[in-house]
Design a binder for this molecule. Structure first.
Ligand code: MG
Length: 159
């Protein structure tokens, strides 16, 4: 049996020293305003995995009112969520991701992000896909006031 999940996340951008994107730090003129490291891609990934299991969302499992989770790297949330996936006897098949960011361009780190996601999730690189979209200078993302990510995942029941 297969189960599909979808996750989305948005964070405000302020001027800063860089962004965590899919577990990779990209030095740039922005900072993602968040309780954790503000990695929208990993947050959307966690929500997608939880969604596929019918297990709620990132806020249910890692509430930002709990200071245990403050300033943590988002890879922690991915590892914790992956253990839920495995405990429920699911296997992660593939992920398809979109990062919405006006600038900087992600072409220089796209391969590193895919490699990192493949390692974080223990799935083949061929099962990780990443697309990067600008907003043509329009809306909050286009004006670099925020950025977002969408992730779809497929889980397969392993039993
Ligand atoms: Mg978030």
């Amino acid at each position: 049996m297969y189960r599909i999940g979808f996750g989305t996340d948005f964070h405000k951008l302020e001027f800063g020293d860089g962004l965590w994107i899919g577990g990779v730090f990209l030095p740039c003129e922005f900072h993602s305003v968040a309780h954790s490291d503000g990695d929208v891609l990993l947050h959307a990934l966690v929500d997608a995995m939880l969604g596929a299991m019918g297990a709620g969302d990132i806020g249910d499992h890692f509430p930002d009112t709990n200071n245990t989770y403050a300033n943590l790297k988002s890879s922690f949330f991915v590892h914790e969520t992956l253990s839920i996936v495995h405990a429920k006897k699911y296997k992660l098949v593939n992920i398809d991701c979109v990062v919405h960011l006006q600038r900087p361009k992600l072409s220089s780190v796209k391969a590193e992000i895919c490699n990192t996601l493949s390692e974080l999730l223990s799935i083949p690189l061929a099962n990780v896909n990443l697309k990067c979209k600008t907003r043509e200078g329009l809306d909050a993302i286009g004006k670099s006031n925020g950025w977002a990510a969408d992730v779809a995942v497929l889980l397969e029941a392993s039993s």
